[in-house]
Ligand binder design. Structure first.
Ligand code: FE
Length: 194
């Protein structure tokens, strides 16, 4: 039943109810959402990825214990991401992130999730047929590449460290940051050289 009512309407109804009962202040809610939409976004994650590409010691710290390593570089606030785990994509292994249950996502590094990430079709299909779903999203992976689907939850939020593209050896950390996309950090795309 609830599945037939769009999530946006259900959310509005819930917000209205909570507001009527005096449990939330809509102005505070709007500030909170605006913060994640404008101040916190994939740029935070991109800074983390670029630093990991240029600094092997940072990369090791990031892969060993991501949350404090991210706080060194770019941290967009504590909500929805106190425990982030970073996994590295390589020519042999490709990680892709989903939340099969709802839409858990590492807000402090990626901002708010895109609508396709919350889509029940993505959430169900990427687990069963990741290679097909990725191909549909424009990422063709060879049969020899192992795909690992990472299921985010309230306990663990996954962030993908994409492969550094060939031909970017001469780029600065800032120039590399500009190349890193949100989709690459979710694992539905690769980073391309400029
Ligand atoms: Fe979730």
């Amino acid at each position: 039943m609830t599945e037939r009512i769009p999530a946006s309407l259900r959310t509005e109804a819930l917000e209205q109810l909570l507001t009527e009962r005096g449990l939330v202040d809509p102005a505070v809610m709007d500030t909170f959402i605006a913060n994640y939409e404008t101040n916190v976004g994939p740029l935070n994650g991109a800074r983390v990825v670029a630093r990991a590409w240029v600094d092997p010691e940072y990369r090791a710290r990031l892969l060993a214990d991501a949350t404090p390593a991210i706080k060194e570089v770019a941290w967009g606030g504590g909500a929805n991401g106190e425990h982030i785990v970073v996994v590295e994509n390589t020519p042999e292994v490709h990680n892709v992130v989903v939340c099969t249950l709802c839409s858990c996502y590492p807000w402090p590094v990626l901002g708010l999730p895109p609508s396709w990430y919350k889509d029940p079709a993505y959430r169900a299909r990427v687990v069963r047929e990741p290679r097909t779903v990725l191909a549909e999203m424009g990422l063709e992976l060879g049969e020899d590449v192992e795909i690992v689907v990472r299921d985010s939850s309230s306990e663990v939020r996954w962030l993908v460290l994409p492969e550094r593209p060939a031909g970017t050896e001469g780029l600065s950390e800032e120039e590399l940051t500009a190349l890193v996309t949100r989709d690459a950090m979710v694992g539905v795309a690769k980073v391309s050289a400029p």
